[in-house]
Design a protein around this ligand. Sequence first.
Ligand code: BGC
Ligand code: NOJ
Length: 812
Amino acid sequence: MKYGHFDDANREYVITNPKTPYPWINYLGNEDFFSLTSNTGGGYTFYKDAKFRRLTRYRYNNVPVDDGGKYFYIKDGDTVWSPGWKPMKTDLDSYECRHGMSYTKFKSAKNGVQAQILQFIPLGFWGEIQKVSLKNTSSEVKKLKLFSFIEFALWNAEDDMTNFQRNFNTGEVEIQDSVIYHKTEFKERRNHYSFYSVNQPIQGFDTDRESFLGLYNGFDNPDVVNAGKPKNTEAHGWSPIASHYIEVELQPGESKEFIYMLGYVEVDADNKWESKSVINKKPAKAMIAKFDTVEKVDAAYNDLKAYWDNLLGKINIQSGEEKLDRMVNIWNQYQCMVTFNMSRSASFFESGIGRGMGFRDSNQDLIGFVHQIPERARERIFDIASTQFEDGSCYHQYQPLTKKGNAAIGGDFNDDPLWLILSTSEYIKETGDFSLLDEMVPFDNDASRAKPHFDHLKASFYHVVNNLGPHKLPLIGRADWNDCLNLNCFSNDPNESFQTTGNKKGDTAESLMIAGLFVVYGKEYVKLCNRIGKNEEAAEAEVHVNNMIEAVKSHGWDGDWYLRAYDYYGKKIGSNENEEGKIFIESQGWCTMAEIGKEEGLVEKSLNSVKEHLDCEYGIVLNSPAFTKYYIEYGEISTYPAGYKENGGIFCHNNPWIMIGETMIGRGDAAYDYYTKIAPSFLEEISELHKVEPYVYCQMIAGKEAFKPGEAKNSWLSGTASWNFYAITQYILGVKPDYDGLSINPCIPSKWDGFKMTREFRGATYSIEVLNPDHISKGVKQLIVNGEIVNGTVIPILEKGKTHTVKVVMGK
Ligand code: BGC
Ligand code: NOJ
């Protein structure tokens, strides 16, 4: 069952039934200021950091789900309704929510009144605009009462949800003209306030939540709206809100527009006050003046559209398969930008309080957006690298506001350092900019400990070399990519966190996943060293990479697949000898991508085993059989019910590793089949089961051993976005930036006749047509660039500012 449809021409998903199986959300904002918006008006806003600078409140796991947000109430006679359906949930004559590229639009109607809302954050602006249009489509004069509603959070979202003995006393507001200012705690250490304005005179307001709603009422039954009369309350403590009241008279056919703004202001200490206890409103007024007319708002909206035209114009395909095209051309790229902005901090599954920017996560995210915003990718690489230590280890996460490592989350995840080689090498291949290797980048955010960025890569590489276990395989540390394989945490205490407890010496448990990862990025490190003339370093590093390949062959092969790990006692994990968890996806992914033992047939055998043991109707599960009891020596993985999360769930992040592995042996049908199983646009028809948005990837789909296979959770913030984009564009479609040019080596379903791609690369546009006359999956017979034959599969760097025509004929 579907709840809407794709509108590819407008790059929108159009929801036509507000009762989606879960809130289907969108993100507004692109730089410092962000909002999450659901298809019924739920969500919240923050500046830079969803924990430390939360502007509006949101209650996760609420009853009913997704209650609280930015609401409008329209009172038309005795009927009260909301354009986003919630909170009133009045039956609407029509309803439509369009989630587009950094904007959301609502269009709904009731009793001859049509309401439209456009919500977006103008580029480079610290405020969200809501353009509200009301139109009388009836033949009678309409006298409407329009109430807005937002609920201020007291800045620190965690404190906001916990420290009521203090918070209920601190709330303060000022009201002037049509602007409601929220200045809680401004007197003391804060240099910031927020405001909610509308560009028209108001006939009243409310700022005290209890007075507006009634202490025992929900958002769907507000006293003030029911009475049709504001109380003009001024909040003192308790819970400040902002609600404007406007009386709107509309002649038949007439429409009126109102521009609301939720803004954030910072003022320096000398300019905080207008007079004693009265905040300096100048900066807020200047912001309001920037967008006080429909023309100014529309111009900013057009700028936003142009911004996305440009970003999405860099890679565009025509494959003949519309579900694939809309993923590659629109939604997958869009999601990659959202993961760039949010990492794992704020979604409807990540509270904005728990997690910040992950070291491994943000590095991996980069491969999904570096082609769009290389300059910001460069900056991001330095932000991440700055949280590393001299020995290569690093904080697992850092806070976006401070950019400092978050000690509370811990470190010692031994895969972490290697992802820096991935992001750096992909950045260089995309841009050709080797200069970042020479930039001075701090260790542990301490400028006095800065070294050239190259030294960070070296530290990453040697962190593995210096931490090998009894089989000369990498020690796993707290965990590798799989946060739940906690081989050095033996916990019987429910109050301990698997993520931060390490009560065993970590000198035995080893990871085959890190081994494969090391071979892939170790080889990359060697290449980089050679490119910048560090040939001795390259030769030395190569020895370590070769040793690792040998260690995997000798101690990491189980007969039909690669082992997953050795536990604390030195016993195998992910072996046919095990009762449960006989085979795992991660080591199959990384060791096949690394092509370890390819000549001996190990890659093919491993991938056949994946097909046989891990594949199912909805994707590839993480491990099989899933664990059915708690193994103290394995940790969190065995705490999950079978078929969920890291215990036999379809962890979408690592499915593309297998897709890429399949392309290593030329099996394009298999790679694409895996792709379509988890790509959200291919799942739209089963939205009822899938539950989460059909336009973005989720982290996990319940696996074959789950209670409800196919049901997904945790949409939006997942490495799934970047890895799938990377797999489909660079390995399946096979258009891959390389140091010396653009490599084209597709591995596609044999039935395809070919496809077209336009790709910007190093300042030039490549108009590529791939033809597959013999219906094979892999192999380039002829590469013709601007009419001339090029040997091999790499197109050399061509003249900037021009469009180059590329024809690729596949064949043996
Ligand atoms: C989850 C992991 C996640 C980790 C982060 C675990 O509970 O299963 O997916 O990466 O928490 O803290
Ligand atoms: C989610 C985390 O964000 C990511 O870092 C981790 O690799 C996966 N879970 C798997 O545990």
